[in-house]
Design a protein around this ligand. Structure first.
Ligand code: PMP
Length: 355
């Protein structure tokens, strides 16, 4: 049968998101969502939202949202770009800052697996720098690449390892001739954001999300903070694709959420303390667990392989993420849930390990 697909569509291997099986109710610890609800102030905005206003297109400049983000981040609204999830913001970085068939992008071999997908989709060649044996990233090796720009997830996914801000600053300085995209999706659980560097380094773009630290994964909103020139470049690419990627309701809810810093500081502190408890509990059950600065743990059991652990937990109603990839197939990535969810995970693990 004749295929009507373009070569690009036919040849692209898309990103695989974490599964959402519907056969039963699972304890869902496979996509790094926040176990706590969105801020009551964000919920109030949602409930009182004027549905009639939906007959109009959303605010084009997203002024109120960008002002709220700017206030929270200590920058100007002109330094803020918002998109439909940080995935979309990251996607737009490729046409905005990388030439098709050019010197390409460089990033770690084990990092957010969407980066190589974006590269192949946008025709950007890429170089992968292997993480060290202990899964840390030697930034000097990334600096040595000849790519047009570099991407670093900090904390990294799926390892959870965080890089201290001083090291990031030295890296941004050492790469002053090219763009550095820092993916800070998990920064609310680490607290060393590079946003304060943006005013001093015009090559730096920091990408963040409402999905993890603001409990709004279902709203789909992410943003980038960078120089006006970088923000302008992203806006150009967005406007070749979709003028209104962030809907009116989402703009209003996210603006209210980011203003409620104290609520989220308290909830994210709970996630961090649960993370440390879970880390100890996993270690006590024979897991080697990487030190995590994120809201998930990357863990390898000393006798059971990653696939077995994943399947054993799934059978018992707990979903975690397993990546059938070189170097990490022995591991599972486990989202830190609420205390109850984590206890359910541990009980399921005990059942599985007894088998
Ligand atoms: N960056 C990293 C490292 C992630 O793990 C994720 C979540 N899958 C994202 C970005 C995208 O998050 P979102 O599109 O929900 O903002």
């Amino acid at each position: 049968m004749k295929s009507f697909l373009s070569r690009r569509a036919a040849e692209t291997a898309p990103y695989t998101a974490g599964e959402q099986p519907a056969d039963r109710q699972y304890v869902k610890l496979n996509t790094n969502e926040n176990p706590y609800p969105p801020s009551p102030k964000a919920q109030a905005v949602l409930r009182s939202f004027d549905a009639d206003s939906l007959k109009l297109y959303p605010p084009l400049a997203m002024r109120a949202l960008r002002e709220a983000v700017a206030r929270a981040e200590g920058v100007r609204p002109e330094n803020v770009f918002c998109g439909n999830g940080s995935d979309e913001v990251l996607a737009l970085c490729f046409p905005a800052f990388f030439d098709e068939g050019g010197a390409g992008a460089a990033f770690a071999d084990i990092t957010y697996s969407f980066y190589p997908v974006f590269c192949s989709f946008f025709g950007v060649p890429y170089t992968q720098v292997p993480l060290e044996e202990d899964f840390t990233l030697d930034l000097a090796k990334l600096t040595k690449t000849r790519a047009q720009g570099v991407l670093v997830a900090n904390p990294n996914a799926p390892t959870g390892i965080g890089i201290p801000l001083e090291e990031i600053e030295a890296f941004v300085r050492a790469n002053s001739g090219r763009i550095v995209v820092l993916d800070e999706a998990y920064m609310p659980f680490f607290g060393q954001s590079a946003v304060p560097l943006v005013s001093r380094y015009e090559n730096l773009l920091v990408v963040k999300t409402f999905s993890k630290g603001y409990s709004l994964a279902g709203m789909r909103c992410g943003y980038a903070v960078g120089s006006e020139a970088l923000v302008e470049g992203l806006a150009r690419c967005r406007d070749c694709f979709n003028s209104y990627p962030v809907d009116s309701l989402c703009q209003a809810v996210c603006a209210a959420a980011i203003e409620d810093a104290s609520y989220y500081a308290q909830k994210n502190a709970l996630v961090i303390s649960e993370r440390e408890r879970l880390r100890g509990e996993l270690a006590a059950r024979g897991f080697f667990v990487l030190p995590s600065a994120a809201n998930f743990l990357f863990a390898r059991h000393n006798t059971r392989n990653g696939r077995e652990v994943y399947a054993g937990l799934r059978e018992r109603g707990v979903l975690v993420r397993h990546f059938a990839k070189p170097r990490i197939e022995a591991f599972c990535r486990i989202t830190v849930g609420s205390r109850e969810q984590n206890d359910a995970l541990l009980a399921a693990l005990d059942g599985f390990l007894k088998e």
